[in-house]
Design a protein around this ligand. Sequence first.
Ligand code: ADP
Ligand code: ADP
Length: 204
Amino acid sequence: MLSLRGVRKSYGGTPALRPVDLDLVAGELVVLTGPSGSGKSTLLMIAGGWETPDGGEIVPRPPLPEVPVDRMSWRDLGFVPQSISLFEELTLADNLALARGGPGGAELLEALELGHLAARRPGEVSRGEQQRAAVARALVAAPSLVIADEPTSHQDHRRARLVLDLLRAAAVRGAAVLIASHDAAVVSRADREIRLDAPAVAPG
Ligand code: ADP
Ligand code: ADP
């Protein structure tokens, strides 16, 4: 579904992501862990095509030039960015409709306890609700690849479980799911954990 070989990235000579190998398989839920600054977000942005790696190989290759970051999907990918990045001028329902290419997603909003907020804009709901809407947007087109950056970071235990249940359901229907998370509840429910080490800092 997605294969990374020796993918690495530096910013201004400072390593952000050490060379990493990663294979995602359909039906599998993989959690990406590692200390803050180890490159989890960088890896997800590279996998989604919003950052260009300095080296290594990605199959399938994300479209180049880079996809506009606000589109948050390409081909068959649902992406939950750390920044959440909903369209502020659209209602939650219309954010989903845009991602799906038509109306739908009411059940997803209900499942995430957002049904009563479907007609609100992101600025009219809490951060936690925005984050769940971003999860719904990533899943609404039933993509074969789902990538989510800390998708439970603004959720309480109960809502985190709702999010996880839906990400698991995506894997059960055959998607490959990659989640960066510190959340023990996410790690414990993953099929596999990939741990990034913090980049070595130059001596001195
Ligand atoms: P994590 O998600 O594991 O916390 P990140 O991928 O966010 O790690 O960051 C890895 C390292 O790369 C950090 O040191 C971070 O400061 C740096 N970094 C990330 N994005 C940028 C950027 N756009 N410009 C410069 N440095 C960056
Ligand atoms: P959460 O537990 O998701 O973080 P909050 O405690 O922040 O929720 O918010 C409680 C309620 O207040 C939510 O149902 C949300 O819809 C509403 N709310 C929060 N922030 C805003 C806002 N900026 N504008 C309108 N309603 C808001």
